[in-house]
Design a protein around this ligand. Structure first.
Ligand code: GLA
Length: 724
């Protein structure tokens, strides 16, 4: 039995194989992760040490007795009494220390890759810890996680259970970059800081939408600042749909020329100590990580890996979506929606997405105080039900999508009146957040209900081909009636597995439905949860100035095909600029199309035409970042491009976000074929594109094109094609 079950096709599955190999003293384990790697070696007592990590890490020579190298994965009570542990367990009879010795190594080939399991056992207790890695050498991203099980005389308690804990020697100017802001509408804020002595903890809380506070990704530059093309940079992503924690423990060395860093990453154990019964395997989240030369390579790797191992239907070009949320909120009726569908079709969109507010009968969803849980169309607003809308879309040649929030309930709903005991709560009166409560997915009937929400909606709206799956509150009263009193803290981990089970059942049951992941914006943007989805709603903040920086940060980890970006009225920015920003993500609109004047409609039409020409590049091409809006003294500009795999075409987006504080930058377009000639056209989405003539890839890389956007909140889109 596994704790909640590890889910996802081809992702970590707890192994129960008996140990087949007998380790030798001095045994060396080498992981070639594709361009980088690590080496562990056992000392004479079988304790594991990290001998090497980095570009040459897989080939690191064992130069001295392994005992002189840092612990491979420090435990509480392990050899180093001065450093925080990555694993801390109270054993069944009360002992608080754990000391592991190597028990066997298994290498299972997976085509060109490998699943490597390093098995250890406690020196005293019948407790086993398996360190597992799955290579994906084609991308250079390594998946790594830990499994714990035991046969002690009762449950053990896991207090800390990090997935990785590498040791690094860092320079005095080492840096890290984290991605998190003030919460709702402030996702992906870019913060770079020097690594100084002490332990810095970067955690997230809230359970259901922790990534609103902090995305579970981290960049570490161990030898000082890097750029796109050079410098050592480590990227880590915790593939976990719950609370996460990075801990960076920095210790000075006497001369202060170098410092020791222990980087721990995994599920956040705060309030979430796990009581583990004998015979059950606890599986930590997978951490996906890489060691790259320059940030550009790091993103290449994460994009390749995300496409290969995470995103559903990665090669399918995503639709141009029109969503009604920002234009109507809850106030609409059939006529208004059919009108918007009509406008969406005439604009050239592919899909109309009906957002919140379409359901609720005895408790109609006229605002966020009522109706969640009652997934019947509100006939006052929609007398023809959903089929009228699906048909209206089909008649006009576009697809229909719909919003659901299956994990939530308003107290003012038939669902809550029938099942008040289905909610997440402890012994206190549960706190409402956005006037709603979270359903407890550890209750079997709740999981069935949640899967049934999607089945029911799709049944009632046959022909619907897209669903936006939202979750709009955090966990505030952590408790589960499905768990015994002495297992309440297990809920934080078990909820993630239970929710993933629901998502997997939905994805398996409706393989042709495209799914958007949303949690008050980007509250669930992790590589674990995304396995059942095609894309995510990057943030509710659609002010294009903010969005450029958010998409810049988010784009380090995810391809643009996953990042939904809609043109809205947020921030009151010029429409051509708002369109140009959305065009560098998965493009769509959330504008009131009924209220647009002819000039605005013409700009939107040009944006759709531009999307048609460029979206294959944006979604499937190689990202090149050219001018940064987050680094350096002048953050008033941004430029990024997407290059076709064969380099025969490219699109480059240049944004002037603010009043310039320095002269225009030299625009060096990297990633092109230096020997090829490119015809360059530019548009600001007003009037016909300008032809800038033909330039070679080498000239374009050398800065032959001037910076065009000449005032704040303006943009220029450059399209590059090789003639013939
Ligand atoms: C969340 C989402 C929005 C919208 C609303 C509807 O805030 O992020 O896009 O769907 O819910 O209530």
């Amino acid at each position: 039995m596994t704790t909640g079950g590890s889910v996802g096709e081809d992702w970590p599955v707890a192994s129960t194989d008996p140990t087949p190999t007998t380790p030798q003293p001095g045994e060396v384990v080498r992981i070639d992760a594709g361009g980088w790697g690590w080496t562990w070696a056992a000392d004479t007592r079988g304790r594991l040490h990290q001998v090497g990590l980095g570009l040459d890490g897989a080939g690191a020579p064992v130069e001295v007795d392994p005992i002189w190298y840092p612990d491979a994965h420090p435990t509480w009570g392990g050899p180093d009494p001065f450093r925080p542990p990555a694993l801390r367990i109270t054993h069944a009879e009360g002992t608080t220390t754990t000391r592991l010795r190597l028990d066997g190594v298994e290498r299972q080939p997976l085509g060109d890759d490998e699943l490597v399991t390093v098995r250890t056992v406690d020196e005293v207790f019948a407790l086993r810890v398996a360190f597992r890695t799955r290579t994906h050498r084609d991308s250079g991203v390594l998946e790594q996680w830990v499994e714990i099980d035991h046969d002690e005389d009762g449950p053990v308690t896991l207090w800390d259970y990090d997935s990785i804990a590498p040791a690094l020697l860092i320079g005095p100017d080492a840096r890290m970059t984290q991605f998190g802001g003030a919460g709702w509408a402030d996702e992906w804020a870019w913060t770079t800081e020097r690594l100084t002595p002490g332990t810095k903890v970067l955690d997230s809380l809230g359970g259901i939408q922790p990534h609103l506070q902090r995305s579970p990704m981290l960049l570490v530059e161990p030898n000082g600042p890097v750029d796109e093309a050079s410098g050592d940079v480590i990227g880590c992503s915790i593939a976990w749909g719950g609370n996460t924690r990075f801990a960076l423990d920095v210790r000075p060395r006497a001369n202060d020329e170098a410092r020791d860093l222990r980087l721990r990453a995994g599920a956040n154990p705060l309030g979430a100590h796990y009581v583990l019964d004998p015979g059950t395997i606890f599986v930590t989240p997978t951490v996906a990580w890489t060691w790259s030369t320059g940030r550009g390579e790091l993103s290449d790797r994460f994009h390749r890996w995300t496409r290969a191992r995470v995103l559903r239907d990665p090669d399918r070009t995503r639709p141009i979506v029109v969503n009604n949320w920002e234009s109507t909120f809850f106030a609409f009726d059939e006529q208004r929606i059919v009108g918007l569908i009509d406008r969406s079709a005439s604009l050239g969109a592919d899909l109309f997405l009906l957002d919140d507010g379409w359901f609720g009968t005895s408790s109609p969803r006229d605002d966020d105080t009522a109706g969640l849980g009652d997934w019947e169309p509100d006939r006052r607003k929609l007398p023809g039900g959903l089929p009228t809308l699906v048909d209206a879309a089909a008649d006009r040649g576009i697809r229909f999508g719909i919003w659901v929030e299956p994990e939530m309930v308003n107290p003012d709903s038939d669902l809550f009146r029938a099942h008040p005991d289905w909610v997440v709560r402890d012994r206190r009166e549960p706190r409402e957040h956005r006037n709603q409560l979270a359903l407890d997915p550890l209750i079997d009937e709740v999981r069935d209900f949640e899967v049934g929400v999607v089945d029911r909606v799709l049944g009632a709206a046959a022909g619907t081909s897209y669903i936006k799956w939202d979750a709009n509150r955090p966990v505030t009263d952590p408790g589960s009636s499905a768990l015994p009193a002495d297992r309440q803290s297990n809920a934080w981990v078990d909820w993630v597995h239970a929710t993933w089970e629901v998502m997997q059942r939905v994805a398996d049951g409706h393989p042709d439905i495209e799914l958007m992941l949303c949690a008050s914006g980007g509250g669930r943007t992790d590589h674990g949860t995304l396995r059942w989805f095609h894309e995510f709603w990057t943030s509710d903040n659609t002010d294009p100035v903010t969005r450029v920086r958010m998409q810049w940060a988010c784009g380090h980890w995810f391809p643009a095909s996953a990042m939904a970006a809609h043109v809205t009225a947020w921030g009151g920015r010029p429409l051509p600029f708002a369109c140009a920003v959305a065009l560098s993500g998965r493009f769509g609109f959330d504008l009131d199309l009924d209220a647009l004047d002819d000039e605005s409609l013409a700009i939107c039409r040009q944006a759709v035409t531009t999307a048609r020409r460029t979206q294959d590049l944006v979604q499937h091409g190689r990202l090149v970042r050219l001018v940064s809006p987050v680094d350096g003294p002048d953050r008033s500009r941004a430029a990024l491009g997407f290059v076709a795999p064969g380099r025969e075409r490219a699109v480059v987006f240049c944004y002037q976000l603010d009043d310039p504080v320095s002269p225009p930058p030299v625009l060096r377009i990297t990633g092109l074929d230096p020997a090829a000639d490119y015809r360059v056209q530019t548009t600001d989405l007003q009037g016909a594109p300008d032809d800038l003539g033909i330039l070679s890839g080498a000239d374009l890389a050398g800065g032959a094109l001037p910076w065009r956007p000449d005032r704040r909140t303006s943009a220029s889109i450059l399209e590059l094609t090789t003639p013939g």
